[in-house]
Design a protein around this ligand. Structure first.
Ligand code: ZN
Length: 140
């Protein structure tokens, strides 16, 4: 992987559990069309978490690398280039989502559930809560 050394993440010792669920090995997961699998064993960074079937990579490792300032710095021009190469794609995506939310009750409920989960997760971070309080003050 290019630039792996730049996105060093903290090793958890003892291992930390991020996922509780049935153990499904990679081949079984692949055969039934799942994109993630779970062995219950920690990755080399001490995450007990799901892994991607495609790469075998620990999901928590990927998430943590994506949160490092170095990665954000690296990905900024990549995203900008994508936006430039794909004019209108974001609008199209948003349009599709709006359409599904309005016309497919099940999809709408899934989006609400995902949003609630995201919000619950963010709310654990006092720094985010403070920023959010500041942001919402405008609308009070
Ligand atoms: Zn990991």
């Amino acid at each position: 992987m290019a630039g792996r050394a730049k996105y060093i993440i903290e090793k958890q010792s003892p291992p930390v559990t991020y996922y509780w669920g049935p153990e499904v090995d990679r081949e079984t997961a692949r055969s039934i069309g799942l994109v993630r699998f779970f062995t219950g064993k920690p990755c080399k960074y001490g995450h007990v978490a799901e892994r991607w079937v495609s790469s075998g990579t620990c999901i928590e490792c990927v998430l943590q690398r994506h949160r490092t300032p170095e990665y954000r710095e690296y990905v900024r021009p990549v995203n900008a280039a994508w936006l430039e190469a794909n004019p209108g794609k974001v609008d199209q995506y948003n349009e599709q989502r709006r359409d599904r939310r309005e016309n497919e009750p099940e999809a709408a409920e899934q989006m609400r559930a995902a949003s609630r989960a995201w919000h619950a997760e963010k709310s654990k971070d006092p720094e985010w809560r403070a920023k959010e309080r500041e942001r919402l003050r405008k609308y009070a």
